[in-house]
Write a protein that binds this ligand. Structure first.
Ligand code: SAH
Length: 345
């Protein structure tokens, strides 16, 4: 049997064209688009404003591939981690993080990751493939549903901080965000979406040129090249000077402040010179530094710095006029925290 084409790989224009070439009205394409991306249905049967014949015709031509939650785990702190199965059997993870006022979805953009950051569990998986826009969209839908069921409210924020490097899957990630934010899709505000990247200069420039409206977070972890290369080896090819120039370009074009994610490790980046370099690096634009707690991974040999080092970072950054938050990890007991995804598989 020939595999049917996934209908969600078609743009709205392509859907409209499909109907016209099959002797039907173009507006059917809009109707189907709305069923797929606004209502998020997974069957042609559910598209009740289409004539039965039309639904059967679609059935003969297309499939609607969709993800399935394989295992859902709940943490003592309310965090939910989903292992989701893709149509070809591969697994990724998506996390729901509740606070008093928000529900955040932490979504994956790739199966595995090619970047090899030494402290991250996903790096151990290597990159298997990019996620399709609908596979990213579905993770958001799953978590929105869970938020409604378990917390009585819709999803409020999305962070691309799950598995993978979103900028290495640029087109699909932007296409998913388009579906999540457009009025014909889920209609979420792009201001509630944060793309987190380890910092690929040319793609940061591209985002600025594409005038994206979501927020940017950069996983910096060190503003000293040798140190950063030792923990994030790809830094060798994209040194901090290039990253910094790309971020200046981003800021000039978008006027959006930049968030830096930063873990402080014992004997790696816990000295005053490390903070000095960080301040020097991010001073050019309004910035916020998120000091994230290190989540140990199985065979990792990194250790969270002493709290005195965190205090030093906080004081020095504040004195330099840089916003700083100290973020506590969520969902550690179920390996749902940053960098722990795929820890146990
Ligand atoms: N590739 C993207 C998004 C995925 S990682 C990026 O690099 O930003 C999401 C965040 O978790 C990044 O800031 C990453 O540096 C951080 N992280 C990875 N492993 C971690 C660990 N073991 N403990 C704490 N944070 C970690």
């Amino acid at each position: 049997m020939i595999e049917k084409k996934d209908i969600r790989a078609l743009s709205k224009v392509e859907l409209r064209d499909f109907f016209v070439t099959h002797g039907d009205k173009a507006f059917r394409g809009n109707q189907v688009y709305e069923w797929l991306w606004n209502k998020g249905v997974h069957s042609f049967e559910a598209m009740t404003n289409l004539p039965k014949q039309t639904r059967e015709m679609l059935e003969n031509h297309f499939s609607i591939n969709h993800i399935q939650v394989d295992v859902m785990q709940r943490s003592a702190d309310g965090t939910i981690k989903n292992a989701v199965r893709l149509h070809d059997g591969l697994l990724v993870e998506s996390v729901l993080i509740p606070t008093d006022t928000r529900t955040t979805a932490c979504v994956s953009s790739q199966v595995g990751c090619s970047l090899n950051c030494k402290f991250c569990a996903t790096a151990r998986l290597k990159r298997m493939r990019n996620l399709q826009p609908d596979e990213i969209f579905d993770q958001v839908k799953v978590i929105d549903n869970q938020s409604r069921i378990f917390f009585n409210r819709p999803l409020s924020n999305i962070v691309f901080m799950g598995m993978g490097e979103p900028l290495m899957n640029y087109n699909n990630v932007l296409s998913a965000i388009e579906k999540i934010t457009s009025d014909e899709g889920l209609g979420m505000s792009p201001k509630r979406i944060t793309l987190s990247t380890s910092g690929i200069p040319k793609l940061i420039r591209k985002m600025a040129d594409d005038e994206v409206k979501f927020k940017l977070a950069v996983s910096l972890h060190s503003a000293i090249d040798e140190v950063r290369t030792s923990i994030m080896p790809f830094n060798e090819n994209f040194p901090l000077s290039e990253l910094r120039e790309a971020l200046e370009y981003w800021y000039r074009k978008t006027k959006n402040k930049i968030t830096y994610e930063y873990v402080v490790w014992k004997d790696i980046n816990d000295k005053k010179k490390d903070v000095d370099a960080l301040i020097k690096f991010c001073r050019f634009a309004p910035s916020k530094v998120n000091l994230i707690e290190y989540n140990p991974i199985d065979d990792g040999d990194y250790q969270q710095a002493d709290s005195s080092a965190i205090d030093m970072y906080q004081t020095m950054l504040e004195n330099a006029g840089i916003t700083v938050t100290v973020r506590r990890s969520r969902g550690k007991d179920i390996d749902a925290a940053c960098g722990q995804l795929a820890n146990k598989r």
